[in-house]
Design a protein. Structure first.
Lengths: 688, 322
């Protein structure tokens, strides 16, 4: 209350409250309220006004702080931003591409029953010891049970403390063995045989065997413990692969038809059976409380380079090295180099930046740097002992969608989208015209301040399966007008009318509080105005927006963003298949039984469905490419999602950190982020 | 009415009050258009079955009345339920309550230590430059948004490299000796305490000054002066005693804010307090956590008021408790 009163400039609230309260208490002597307030008003208000005007500069000068810096971290545009953009442009040209360090080598040690097979790391030889500090924006992890994680941060912790069977090479995007020694694909892509390395140990010393793998897949994932999404993505035509143990170190995955995404699904963290078996014998609900944020994190058995040492709620998570981590450096010394890895939980992005400038943290990861901060960070690079890295486009995207639902709401019998909106939005020329009328370049230059890319395709620019033959196009209002004419719209004076003579006007929503999207919507509004389309822009709360797209379908057009997956196009199936859960431009809702039945799929929607089905069951990369290229071509032609832009990913690392080799493909969930080779990251010297 | 009876009466009165507060908070939360599962729904890699399972687990498939009934019965049993993130609400509140109380107590002490003497001094030396400087300073404190103030303080810390930026302990806190630990926490507390003190200063300083000025104009002060009492005695014994009453009520309110925290400041300086926890919970509609936090705030407010009223009675026997 104290704070609220002050923030609204209602400092007097207190005095008034307290006076009233005193009267209630039956004071034996009266207080003259009038005199009181007059006295205060007479003395305080002018002073207050004066102070309001002058307080900021006074304090600023006394602190000796450049005020511009503070302001420009917001969203205001300064005349000098053109110059700053130049410096960012040079960053754009230099996407971080460290040279490919070669494959991992297998080192075998010991003999007899004590044979140990270790991967040899690929980076330069570093120095042991020290603590690496970073920070993560947000409210902290939700759970340490990574099989139950539903948020990025919890999943990222899982990537730090667990090794998967296989991982994806940050340079080549090829799947390579991690806990596994080798993977053999047999019988026409329907059988995967995974052999584990010998001598692997959990952080508590127990061996890692095929039983752990079987437990992970056949118990945790198959039986639906934790986040059931991992089970759903394993299903091939509704069936879970058959996973059997061949011997102590060998596991076979068998599917009825070839299933390309399965190889990346082998990248799930392997769970320690000896530590988790008990909880899986209890009801599924109990799994949620297992290894949650309130449990003792030191009990968590790890296989990754680090294990959790301590969670200080709301402040930080501390990790220590896992002494049993099965990787060595080129001198044969056991990694990781770092003794500790600590990340602070910071709920404010300005504070993260300040912490970085003050050397309290060594690293700003992709989620910590906003596009609007980039130019200022770049300017500080020389004096701040750090380097800014450019990791290219993000795999998420921001798009404009029009509600193309043609069905009626079974509850009310009314159309979800009434005529004539339905007719406009289903008119291909209308969508194409909008796509050509939107000035994406200006969005990138002015709103993202150059720290982003125009987007025209369903696969993001970072994606391996991007269809490169789909060319970007500039804003072309003439072409847009022509397209509208072909779609039987007519412009009379300043307004556009459809064939029935209805003036074209619709509502555009986005989530409130996101200044960039806010700016995008205003730009779209202005661009479409030039075509004679009146757009009523309204920002609503994110949760309300999701309710609109997921339940009520009561919306006309929306600017929104979705995360993507740069490596596995099949992860977009939820969005693109006509019965998908996020098939937002024409969302089919599940019936009472929870089934989504599609009766009105358009021909091109059916073709996209086929592309995804075929793409998932084809192993050959070139053939897969063909299916996903076709799918992108359809979206490009139909503009069912009108893609607008994608962000540029930036990180910053202090100079005293060695072996930081970020690549655009090696980006995991924060806090692991772009530290794909965290085990070989080391501190060159003690900082400062 | 004797004091113990009065306290008992007030506590009994508080029960229906708390009930009404809980109903109102619950209704407002239940009807707020926030979907606690929104971030799951917008994530392409989360399946529908996961979302449905979450819905069942959080009881969101039940009507709000039933949800409220569940909540009340579990509170009656002394359980505050689990938060949407899985942890027990009691544990979450306990983790943060200590930090917030620490900050609150520090702020309270500093605010009052500075505000009361400053108010007295300003009243006695009314309209001098000292008074006016205080006037300007308190007005700045009143009008400046806390988040801006906090951010400026952080930038000051960065520029001078004198203070840690955000948090309450350093990463190597647990490796330190006790003395260093105390020093570390103190250093971390400087910025949030300074911000909240500066901001809270105004109300109390102005109130103290106003009250004292008023009392100094009273007849009995003139009488006291006329009968030749030393000025010190007139002010500090006769006048001050009577001027302090409204401030005791104010203290009751301050007590209430001890545990509800200062969400904005806590967010900017990354301070792990209750305010930040509650704010984050509201944004994700974490019903049990928000309800527990709101009820905690209500209880503290009721206790604070009771405490202030009783204290008032002790300080000023003329007050009749009813």
């Amino acid at each position: 209350m104290r704070e609220l009163a002050k923030n609204s400039g209602l400092g007097l609230v207190y005095a008034v409250c307290s006076d009233k309260h005193l009267v209630q208490c039956k004071l034996a002597f009266p207080i003259d309220d009038k005199d009181h307030s007059h006295h205060r008003a007479g003395n305080c208000l002018p002073v207050k006004l004066f102070a309001f005007l002058f307080c900021i500069p006074i304090i600023l000068t006394s602190c000796g702080i450049q005020f511009a810096e503070l302001l420009s971290s917001g969203n205001c545009r300064k005349p000098s931003s053109v110059m700053q953009r130049e410096s960012i442009k040079s960053v754009e040209d230099t996407i971080s591409k460290p040279p490919y360090p070669g494959d991992f080598k297998l080192v075998t040690r010991g003999s007899g029953n004590n044979i140990e097979e270790l991967w040899q790391s690929r980076g330069e030889v570093g120095r042991f010891g020290g603590t690496f500090h970073t920070a993560v924006f947000g409210a902290g992890p939700k759970t340490f049970n990574c099989w139950d994680s539903r948020d990025v941060e919890s999943a990222g912790i899982g990537q730090l403390i667990y090794e998967p069977l296989v991982d994806i090479d940050p340079w080549t995007a090829k799947v390579y063995p991690r806990l596994a020694r080798s993977i053999k694909i047999g019988s026409n892509g329907k059988e995967y045989t995974v052999v584990l390395r010998r001598g692997l140990k959990w952080s508590d010393g127990k061996p890692i065997t095929a039983d752990d793998v079987i437990f992970t897949y056949n118990t945790i994932i198959k039986k639906g413990f934790g986040n059931t999404s991992s089970r759903d993505v394993m299903l091939v035509k509704g069936e879970f692969p058959e996973i059997t143990k061949l011997d102590d170190l060998t596991v076979r995955f068998k599917t009825k038809v070839p299933f390309a995404p399965l190889l990346t699904r082998l990248g799930f963290a392997i769970a320690p059976k000896h530590a988790m078996e008990k909880v899986t014998q209890e009801p599924v609900d109990r799994f949620h409380a297992f290894w949650d944020v309130n449990s003792d994190p030191r009990q968590i058995v790890a296989s990754g380079p680090f294990k959790i040492d301590r969670y200080v709620p709301g402040q930080r998570v501390e990790f220590v090295r896992n002494p049993n981590y099965a990787m060595v450096d080129k001198k044969g010394r056991r990694l990781p180099y770092l003794d500790k890895f600590v990340y602070s939980i910071v709920p404010d992005q300005n504070t993260i930046l300040l912490k970085f400038y003050a050397n309290e943290i060594d690293f700003l990861d992709v989620r910590s740097i906003r596009g609007s901060d980039a130019s200022l960070i770049k300017q500080r690079e020389r004096t701040g002992n750090f380097k800014l890295y450019n990791l290219g486009p993000d795999d998420g995207c921001v798009f404009l969608i029009l509600n193309m639902a043609r069905r009626t709401d079974p509850k009310t019998g009314k159309f979800y989208v009434p005529h004539p909106y339905q007719d406009w939005f289903n008119n291909k020329y209308f969508r194409l015209a909008i796509s050509h009328a939107v000035d994406r370049k200006r969005i990138v230059d002015n709103i993202l301040r150059g720290v982003g890319f125009q987007l025209f395709t369903a696969e993001s620019l970072a994606a391996v399966y991007l269809n490169k033959s789909l060319k970007p196009y500039p804003q072309d209002l003439q072409l847009a007008a022509q397209l509208l004419e072909e779609g039987r719209f007519k412009k009379k004076g300043e307004r556009l009318y459809d064939a029935q003579g209805n003036p074209v006007e619709f509502t555009l929503n986005t989530n409130a509080g996101n200044t960039a999207r806010d700016g995008v919507c205003v730009m779209v509004q202005n661009d479409l105005k030039k075509l004679g389309i009146k757009v009523n822009y309204q920002a609503v709360d994110f949760n309300i927006l999701i309710d609109k797209t997921n339940n009520s379908l009561d919306w006309q057009s929306i600017v929104m963003g979705l995360s993507g997956d740069r490596l596995e196009p099949n992860d977009g199936a939820n969005v693109w298949k006509s019965d998908g859960r996020l098939h937002m431009f024409d969302q089919r809702l599940p019936n009472a039984k929870g089934e989504t039945i599609v009766t009105d799929a358009r021909d091109w929607e059916k073709e996209i469905d086929r592309c995804f089905d075929d793409g998932a069951t084809t192993l050959d990369v070139t053939k897969r490419h063909k299916f996903y290229d076709r799918f992108q071509q359809i979206v490009y032609d139909e503009q069912s999602y009108i893609y607008l832009y994608t962000m540029l990913l930036l990180t910053a690392m202090k100079d005293w950190v060695g072996n930081y080799l970020p690549t655009p493909l090696g980006i995991g969930s924060t806090p692991r982020g772009s530290l794909h080779n965290l085990e070989e990251i080391y501190l060159k010297s003690d900082r400062h | 009415m004797s004091i113990p009876v009065y306290i008992l009466k007030r506590i009994l009165q508080a029960i229906p009050l708390l009930f009404i507060i809980s109903v109102m908070s619950f209704v407002m939360l239940a009807f707020s258009p926030i979907d606690p599962l929104a971030s799951l729904k917008a994530n392409p890699s989360i399946s529908q079955t996961t979302i449905d399972a979450e819905k069942r687990r959080l009881g969101l498939d039940k009507p709000p009345v039933v949800q409220y009934f569940y909540w009340v019965t579990s509170v009656m049993r002394g359980e505050l339920g689990v938060s949407t993130t899985g942890g027990s609400v009691t544990a979450l509140l306990f983790q943060r309550a200590g930090n917030t109380a620490l900050l609150g107590i520090f702020t309270l002490i500093f605010t009052w230590l500075i505000a009361i003497p400053a108010g007295i001094y300003a009243a006695i030396n009314r309209n001098t430059w000292v008074d006016k400087t205080f006037g300007i300073l308190t007005a700045i404190g009143m009008s400046m948004p806390t988040f801006l103030m906090a951010l400026l303080m952080l930038m000051f810390a960065l520029q001078t490299k004198s203070l840690p930026i955000g948090g309450i302990t350093s990463p190597d806190f647990f490796a330190m000796g006790l003395l260093d630990q105390i020093k570390d926490v103190t250093m971390h507390l400087v910025i949030p305490t300074a911000v909240l003190t500066f901001v809270g200063l105004a109300a109390i300083q102005r109130q103290m000054r106003g009250n004292l000025l008023e009392v100094l104009r009273d007849e009995y002060v003139r009488t006291a002066r006329a009968k030749g009492l030393p000025e010190q005695r007139v002010i500090y014994v006769h006048a001050l005693r009577n001027a302090i009453n409204p401030l005791i009520t104010l203290l009751g309110f301050e007590f209430a804010t001890l545990l509800s925290g200062a969400a904005l400041t806590e967010t900017v300086v990354a301070y792990p307090g209750l305010g930040r926890l509650t704010l984050e919970a509201v944004l994700t509609k974490d019903m049990n956590l928000v309800m527990a936090s709101l009820m905690l705030g209500a209880v503290m407010l009721i206790l604070g008021n009771l405490f202030a009223d009783v204290l008032l009675k002790l300080v000023d026997p003329r007050i009749v408790l009813e």
